[in-house]
Design a protein around this ligand. Structure first.
Ligand SMILES: Cc1cc2nc3c(=O)[nH]c(=O)nc-3n(C[C@H](O)[C@H](O)[C@H](O)COP(=O)(O)OP(=O)(O)OC[C@H]3O[C@@H](n4cnc5c(N)ncnc54)[C@H](O)[C@@H]3O)c2cc1C
Ligand SMILES: Cc1ncc(C[n+]2csc(CCOP(=O)(O)OP(=O)(O)O)c2C)c(N)n1
Ligand SMILES: [Mg+2]
Length: 570
């Protein structure tokens, strides 16, 4: 069967199971757009190509599949860079397709010619420049294998205009992927498993550090079984949240810079850390020289380059987490670690009184209260929260208690402001039956709020909670602690978000009091179609605890007790 390169592209995408593509057209990708009309593909027209990549990313993270974004050459392609880097840092499988100028023009600085494979080389797992129709099918098939396999990540396929236009014989079988090494999943040797089991069984004060890899590998049951059999407390990274239900007795909460104080203390006092699908990010370890000084370390990880990268470990189990845990579990002895669990409970100490939740309603609206009430109002439903980056992101992690895997989607590694609204759109397309909330700061919202028009045009029913503190809050917090409250370029104005929502043709709700939070969430949920809720919160509230960057994990800045800082106090 003879097809054009453009037809082959869609033929292959459909065969890969793709139903939704997020994109924006232009000259160099026009042949592909023209051919698209003949295929069962839902194209979601974004307002900026960065949005397309975040939507593909949100789609991938919500579904566990691969998200697809498409753009034209030149500025279309360069606008994708931030979203590709975001996906790379968080191991999210997306395939980005870009048009390129005609192959004979390459290197001539042609109109909208840019070397996007060169630009994205360090931020993709792999990329392709396809200059012949004959090579389209193989590139697409390989791209899906590479994006999904091993440690997932983004792949870019740049297709010249003439390769899209030319015709050739379409041969799906003949284009079977030949990616050296992709079939060989690393497998931890039995001797290493035995070593790990020995460490586990003799440990008195073990802590499991559960990360994003638990979700990627689908090892939630195995992780729970390990924790329960060994009676081992589980701490999570930001990206690991949801891998064990928040209500599980052995789930102790988030670790790291804004993690729970008792979790960080437990890590520092532990005699064994079992790192499961997490990469010892600097937000997690703080000062490496003083990190978990008494602990032996087991690292279960699919990417060998992560082993000993930041934290030297005693036993490395390189392989898929679910496989490794399945092999390990039968030899793990039933643990009785009552004294250790009680000890961690005891170091919770004054955390409760320092918790902003414990303070009486003083008429101010705190972001933590908003998030906690959002959780209360949505917990009984299948809800995905997609956050942006900043203080609100940390409060979400602390005060929204996630029970299900993939129910929190957030940009951790790159920390990309502007992520939430488009990623929420992608998540909603992947899981239409779920309620999807974007929790976003007033800064990040203003970076990609144009995508509200996408939600309207394509009837994508997301709810947006703006945590509006009139500041680039997280940067303001750093200025408060480390720059003597010199607020350089962090006070932030914005439009009237309620009126803005109305201008987009969607429901806008403003909230200034705690008593207004639950009714607003209920109203938003009951409304069919996108809603923006503008929560006007305390301007100078601070995320506690905080480990200063590079500081010792146990030396956290704690919320002064008993206090709440308000703008009126300072
Ligand atoms: C403002 C801000 C503050 C932050 N504060 C914190 C904080 O306080 N605490 C915190 O935890 N994070 C925090 N983060 C996030 C932090 O920067 C990292 O993104 C996060 O800690 C990474 O989590 P992870 O290692 O679980 O995930 P990833 O970085 O996604 O790593 C996952 C690991 O799992 C491995 N893996 C993938 N698939 C498999 C498999 N099948 N089997 C085995 N292994 C696999 C991967 O190779 C990778 O090494 C913050 C981010 C921001 C923006
Ligand atoms: C694209 C981008 N630019 C800059 C930053 C640095 N940064 C991190 S948090 C933050 C402030 C975010 O402000 P806002 O969106 O209002 O959220 P808040 O912290 O107030 O909750 C900034 C500027 C970033 N993470 N991403
Ligand atoms: Mg803000």
């Amino acid at each position: 069967m003879k097809l054009t390169g453009a037809q082959i592209l869609w033929e292959c995408l459909v065969r890969e199971g793709v139903t939704d593509v997020f994109g924006y057209p232009g000259g160099a990708i026009l042949p592909a757009y023209d051919a698209m009309l003949d295929y069962p593909i839902r194209h979601i027209l974004v307002r900026h190509e960065q949005g397309a990549t975040h939507m593909a990313d949100g789609y991938a993270r919500a579904s566990g599949g691969v998200g697809v974004a498409i753009a034209t050459s030149g500025p279309g392609a360069t606008n994708m860079v931030t979203g590709i880097a975001t996906a790379m840092m968080d191991s999210s499988p997306i395939v980005c397709i870009t048009g390129q100028v005609g192959s004979r023009l390459i290197g001539s600085d042609a109109f909208q010619e840019i070397d996007i494979t060169g630009i994205t080389l360090p931020i993709t797992k792999h990329n392709y420049l396809v200059t012949r129709a004959e090579d389209v099918a193989r590139a697409v098939r390989e791209a899906f294998v590479i994006a999904k396999s091993g440690r997932p990540g983004p792949v870019l396929i740049d297709i010249t205009k003439d390769a899209q236009q030319a015709s050739c014989e379409f041969d799906w079988e003949g284009a079977a992927p030949s990616v050296p090494g992709w079939r060989s999943r690393p497998e931890a040797p039995a001797s290493a498993i035995a070593q790990a089991v020995a460490l586990l069984n003799e440990a008195q004060r073990p802590v499991i550090l559960a990360g994003h890899g638990v979700m990627i590998s689908g090892a939630m049951e195995q992780l729970k079984a390990l924790a329960e059999r060994g009676q081992i407390p589980v701490a999570m990274t930001l990206l690991g949240i949801g891998c064990l239900p928040a209500s599980h007795a052995l789930n102790f909460g988030m670790m790291g810079m804004h993690g729970e104080a008792w979790v960080n203390h437990a890590i520092q006092e532990a005699d064994l850390l079992i790192a499961a699908g997490m990469c010892f990010d600097d937000r997690v370890t703080g000062n490496l020289k003083t990190y978990a000084p008494n602990a032996r370390k087991i690292h279960i990880e699919i990417d060998p380059s992560e082993i000993n990268k930041n934290v030297p470990v005693d036993v490395a189990l390189i392989g898929d987490l679910r496989d490794v845990l399945t092999r390990l579990l039968p030899s793990v002895a039933e643990g009785n670690r009552e004294p250790w669990l009680r000890h961690i409970d005891s170091i919770k100490g004054d955390a409760a009184v320092r918790d902003i939740q414990s303070l009486p309603d003083d008429g101010h609206l705190y972001a933590a209260h908003v998030i906690n009430d959002l959780w209360r109002a949505t917990r009984s439903r299948d809800t995905i929260v997609v956050t942006d980056v900043g203080q609100h992101q940390m409060w979400e992690a602390q005060y929204y208690h996630h029970e299900a895997p993939r129910s929190l989607i957030t940009s951790g590694g790159l920390g990309t402001m502007g992520f939430a609204v488009p990623a929420a759109i992608g998540a909603k397309r992947a899981r239409p039956e779920a309620d999807v909330w974007a929790v976003v700061g007033d800064g990040g919202f203003q970076m990609t709020m144009c995508e509200l028009a996408t939600a309207v045009q394509d009837s994508i029913d997301i709810k947006v909670a703006i945590i509006n503190n009139g500041f680039l809050g997280m940067v303001r917090q750093w200025q408060e602690f480390f720059y003597e409250r010199r607020y350089a370029a962090t006070p932030l104005s914005g439009p009237d978000f309620v009126k803005l929502a109305e201008a987009f043709g969607i429901r806008g709700i403003g909230v200034t009091k705690r008593s207004g939070v639950l009714p607003a969430v209920d109203e938003a949920r009951a409304h069919a179609g996108p809603v923006v809720v503008d929560f006007r919160v305390e301007q100078e509230d601070t995320v506690y605890p905080m480990v200063p960057a590079g500081g010792d994990l146990h030396a956290m800045i704690r919320r002064p007790n008993p206090i709440v800082e308000t703008a009126a106090d300072v």
